[in-house]
Design a protein around this ligand. Sequence first.
Ligand code: DGL
Length: 268
Amino acid sequence: MNAEAPIGIFDSGIGGLTVAHAINKVLPNEKIIYFGDTQHLPYGNKSIEKIQKYSITIIDFLLKKQCKAIIIACNSASAVAYQKIIKKVENQALIFNVIHPVINYINSQTHIQHVGVIGTNATISSDIYRTHINTLRKDITVSSLATPLLASLIEEDNKILYQKGIVESYLENHKLKNIDSLILGCTHYPLIEKQINHFYDKKVEIISAIKYIGHSVKKMLKQNNLLNQKNTKHKHYFYVSDYTENFQKKTKLFFPKSIILEQENIFS
Ligand code: DGL
């Protein structure tokens, strides 16, 4: 592994761009290679086997690009494919998921007593947040709710999301009554964080991996002498399995300059 090698980041679509943006803010010297599997989106409604298969193919692609670290910027893949990915990668790159930074944050907070989790079907059925949180902190109540429509609507920047009260009707669900904090258990959701905050009138703390992931990655790179010390202006590479206009629009929003966006058929 070499300090000037890129950091690989992947998701089913634009959700992981929220993670890539957070990484770029904390680690501006690092070159990013992003893969958005827009051809297979949404991951959250797929079987565990399919999510694992897609993830491993993307991991192969990122390893071929010599990534020194890979971030699984998708909760669904982090929930059901992390162990398989670790086995596959062995010592070829550092691996990060988007669940552990959230668990570590919650474990360090004494004021959290009742946390809600929203995410895709895959993430919520895995029960990964509750399992991890209650292993460390039995005193915290975890209430989970699958919100399967959100990722696809966010991906399409669908106006229905804002007009028809879909977000609000999910959040009104009795399972999320009396929570003091809410985990955004899908990397697409920070894109609607404003709307969620508005619903709770800022009385519920919104917890999302993008607030902590940059620092966890920085710490590990430093410990492994893999921080890129060279302040070169890198071009970041973005690949998609199916080119969509919204992906391009969102990528430009998060990375206004220095991007290259290409369609790459890695699944044939
Ligand atoms: N952004 C992803 C996640 O965090 C995937 C959403 C989807 O494709 O269903 O789960």
